[in-house]
Ligand binder design. Structure first.
Ligand SMILES: Nc1ncnc2c1ncn2[C@@H]1O[C@H](COP(=O)(O)OP(=O)(O)OP(=O)(O)O)[C@@H](O)[C@H]1O
Length: 624
C-alpha cells in the first residue's frame, strides 16, 4: 500500500520520542525499556495467568468431590455448580491473562517500531548511506517482531519460574539440607551448560537476523531495479544471491535450534542425575538412620516439582537471548547520530518569511568520508538574493554536493556557508529546509497519488495553490488525461509516469512550497524542448520571491542565468555571464563545444532572446 504523505509525516514525528527509552548498551535494560509504561499490565497479565493455572489445578479435586457426592447419594448440584464455576472462572481468568500478555507484547513491538522509525527518518545522510534500505527495513519489521514472544512471555516465565524455584528450594532445605547440597551440585551443571549455550544462541540469532537483513537488501536491490534486472536477463543470478542469504538465515536458525536442544536436554538429564544422586545418598542416609523414609520421599517429590520451573527457566533465558540479538540490531540503529528533533506534528514545511535569500560559500572544504579525497577544495562563490545561478562543470566535479551542503545533509569540514545573510548552522534545520525547494537529480517521485506527491512539499496547500503549481509546471494536460486526475496512483517511484512527467511533478512540488531558494539538479534534463523552454521561463519569473540555483549539463538550460559558475575538481574555475565565460574560460568553451554548441551560434543566444521568444516551439538552443 502506498504511504500517504500524512502517514509519512506521522512517522517522522512519531509520538514516541525516538531519543527516549533505549539508550542502554545492555540488551536486557533495553528489553525492559520497551516495557516502560506497560509493566503494571504485564504484572497483572502474569498474575492472572498464574491464578488461572492454579485454578485449573483445583479442578481434579472438585471433580473428585462430584464423584464422592454421587457415591454418598447427596445432591450433586452444589458440587456441579462449583465445578462449572471453577472451570469457567479458570478459563476466563486464563484468557484474560493471555490477552493482557499478548496485548502488552504487541504494545512492546509498537513502541520499538515507533522509536526505530522515528529515529531512522531523522538519521543523518552520512549514516543512511552506509545502510542498505532493505536491511533497515528488516530491522523495523523482522527484528521488532522477535521482541513480541520474548519480552512478555519470557519475562513472565522468568519471574514466575524463579519464584517457584526459590519456593521449592526453601522447602527442600527445610526437609534436608545435605540432600539439597547434593541436588545443588548436580543442578549447577545446568548453570554451566546454560552459561555455555546462551551466548551461542544469541550469536546464532544475531547472524540469522543479519542474514534476513541481507536478504531484504538483496530483494530491495532487485525490486528497485526490476526492469533493469529483467532486461539484463539477470533473474537467475539475482535469485542465487537472494537464495544465498536465505540459506545463511536457515543455517543459523538450525544452529540456534541445536543449541536450544542441547540446553533443554541437559536440563532434563541433569535433573535425572540429581534424582539418582539423591536416591543414592538419601538411601544411604536412611540406611544409617540419618534420614526418615518419609523425608526422602518428600524430598524426591520436591525434586520432581523442580523439573518444570527449571526447564521453563532455561527456555525463557534462551528465548531472551533471541530477544537480546534482536535488540542488539535495533540498538545499532538507535545509537547512530541523528539530526536535531525540531519537526513537530503539523509544523509548517513552508518558509516562515517570504523573499529570496542570498547564498555565500566561503573557502569551503568538504569530503564525504575522512579517508576520501576532498570533493570541495576551497570552494567560494556568491549568489545574490533573487538572482539565478547555474552550475556547470564535468561530471563528478562536486556540483550536486553544493546542494547537499545547502540542505545540510552534510556538514563542511571547514569554511563558511551563509544563507540569507546568516551562517547556515545558525538556522534551525527545519526552518532552513522549509525555505528551500530541492528538485533532485534522481527519483523525484514517491509512490502514492499525484496529489500526495505535491502535498509532500506543503500539507496545508489549498486547491487553488495546487492547481496553480500544476499549471506552472505544465502538468495540466497530464492531470486532465489521467483517469482519476490528481488522485491517480503513480506507482512505486512514479513508474506509471514518463521521465519528463516525473520531473514536472517534482518541479510542481517545488513551486508549491513558494521557496526562498530553489535548487534544481538536472531538473529539466528529461523534458521535451517546448516544456523545457516554458519551465525555464516560469522559473525565471520566480526571481521576485526566489533565488534559483540550477545544475545542468545542457547549456540550453543555463545560458539565461544571471551568473554561470564553472566548477571543476571541487573548486570554482570561473564565474560570469554566458558571454563573459565564452571569452574568459577555456573549460566553459570546451563544455559548450562538447555539447554541440559553437561559440558563434551561442553568441547569438542569451537570456534576452529566451525571454522574448514567447511562441511555443522548439527551444532556440536545442535547434543548434
Ligand atoms: N553520498 C556520497 N558518498 C560518497 N561519495 C559521494 C557521495 N555523493 C557523491 N560522491 C562523490 O563526490 C563526488 C562529487 O559528486 P557530485 O554528485 O557532487 O558531482 P556532480 O558534479 O554533481 O556530478 P554529475 O554532474 O555527474 O551529477 C563524486 O566523485 C562522487 O563519487
Amino acid at each position: 500500500m502506498p504511504v500517504s504523505t500524512e502517514g509519512l509525516e506521522a512517522m517522522i514525528v512519531a509520538g514516541a520520542d525516538p531519543e527516549a527509552g533505549v539508550p542502554a548498551d545492555r540488551p536486557w535494560r533495553a528489553l525492559l525499556g520497551y516495557t516502560k509504561g506497560l509493566r503494571r499490565v504485564l504484572v497483572l497479565g502474569g498474575t492472572l495467568s498464574l491464578v488461572g493455572g492454579a485454578a485449573g489445578l483445583a479442578q481434579p479435586l472438585a471433580a473428585a468431590a462430584v464423584i464422592d457426592s454421587l457415591g454418598e447419594h447427596r445432591s450433586v448440584w452444589t458440587a456441579v455448580v462449583l465445578l462449572t464455576g471453577l472451570v469457567m472462572g479458570a478459563g476466563v481468568i486464563s484468557a484474560l491473562g493471555y490477552y493482557l500478555l499478548e496485548r502488552t507484547a504487541e504494545s512492546v513491538v509498537l513502541a520499538a517500531r515507533r522509536q526505530l522509525v522515528g529515529r531512522i527518518l531523522r538519521l543523518r545522510m552520512r549514516e543512511v548511506d552506509e545502510f542498505a534500505p532493505g536491511d533497515l527495513m528488516s530491522r523495523v519489521t523482522a527484528d521488532t517482531t522477535l521482541l513480541r514472544q520474548v519480552t512478555t512471555q519470557s519475562l513472565v516465565q522468568l519471574a514466575t519460574n524463579s519464584l517457584m524455584l526459590v519456593g521449592t528450594i526453601v522447602l527442600m532445605a527445610v526437609v534436608d539440607l545435605p540432600l539439597l547440597g547434593v541436588t545443588a551440585a548436580v543442578v549447577a551443571v545446568i548453570g554451566v551448560i546454560a552459561a555455555v549455550m546462551m551466548p551461542r544462541i544469541r550469536q546464532a540469532t544475531l547472524r540469522a537476523q543479519e542474514a534476513v537483513g541481507a536478504m531484504g537488501s538483496a530483494l530491495e536491490r532487485v525490486l528497485g531495479a526490476f526492469r533493469t534486472v529483467k532486461a539484463a536477463g539477470a533473474e537467475t543470478h539475482e535469485y542465487d544471491a537472494i537464495d544465498t542469504t536465505a540459506r545463511a538465515a536457515w543455517k543459523q536458525g538450525v544452529l540456534e535450534a541445536k543449541w536450544q536442544a542441547i540446553a533443554g536436554t541437559s536440563t532434563g538429564l541433569s535433573l535425572q542425575v540429581a534424582f539418582l544422586a539423591v536416591l543414592g545418598v538419601g538411601g544411604a542416609r536412611v540406611a544409617s538412620g540419618g534420614l526418615r523414609v518419609a523425608e526422602l520421599i518428600a524430598f524426591l517429590l520436591y525434586l520432581f516439582y523442580l523439573a518444570e520451573p527449571l526447564s521453563e527457566l532455561v527456555q525463557a533465558i534462551s528465548q531472551l537471548q533471541v530477544g537480546a540479538a534482536a535488540v542488539a540490531r535495533i540498538q545499532q540503529v538507535d545509537r547512530l547520530p541523528i539530526e536535531p528533533a525540531e519537526q513537530r506534528r503539523g509544523a509548517s514545511t513552508r518558509p516562515a518569511q517570504p523573499g529570496p535569500a542570498a547564498i555565500r560559500f566561503d573557502r569551503v572544504w568538504f569530503g564525504y568520508q575522512e579517508t576520501d579525497p576532498a570533493v570541495h577544495r576551497n570552494l567560494s562563490f556568491q549568489v545574490p538574493a533573487g538572482s539565478t545561478a547555474a552550475f556547470v562543470g564535468p561530471s563528478g566535479a562536486g556540483k550536486s554536493t553544493i546542494f547537499a551542503l545547502l540542505e545540510r545533509f552534510f556538514e563542511p569540514n571547514s569554511g563558511k556557508i551563509e544563507v540569507g545573510g546568516r551562517a547556515i548552522d545558525d538556522w534551525k534545520l527545519r526552518r532552513l529546509r522549509a525555505m528551500i525547494s530541492y528538485v533532485e537529480q534522481d527519483a523525484p517521485v514517491l509512490s502514492g497519488s499525484l496529489l500526495d506527491n505535491l502535498l509532500l512539499a506543503d500539507q496545508s496547500a489549498s486547491q487553488e495553490q495546487v492547481d496553480d503549481a500544476v499549471r506552472r509546471a505544465r502538468l495540466t494536460s497530464l492531470v486532465e488525461r489521467l483517469p482519476a486526475g490528481l488522485d491517480t496512483m503513480v506507482g512505486h517511484r512514479g513508474t506509471r509516469l514518463s521521465g519528463g512527467e516525473r520531473q514536472r511533478v517534482a518541479i510542481a512540488r517545488a513551486f508549491l512550497r513558494r521557496p526562498r531558494i530553489l535548487l534544481m539538479d538536472e531538473a529539466t534534463a528529461n523534458l521535451d524542448a517546448i516544456n523545457e523552454r516554458f519551465l525555464i521561463e516560469a522559473i525565471d519569473n520566480l526571481r521576485e520571491t526566489t533565488t534559483v540555483l540550477t545544475i545542468a549539463h545542457r547549456l540550453s538550460t543555463v545560458v539565461a542565468a544571471d551568473q554561470i559558475i564553472v566548477v571543476n575538481n571541487g573548486t570554482v574555475d570561473a564565474a560570469g555571464t554566458h558571454q563573459d565565460l565564452l571569452a574568459s574560460s577555456e573549460l566553459y568553451r570546451t563544455l559548450a563545444q562538447t555539447q554541440l554548441l559553437t561559440a558563434e551560434s551561442l553568441a547569438g543566444s542569451g537570456p534576452q532572446q529566451t525571454k522574448q521568444n514567447n511562441e511555443p516551439g522548439p527551444h532556440p538552443h536545442r535547434m543548434l
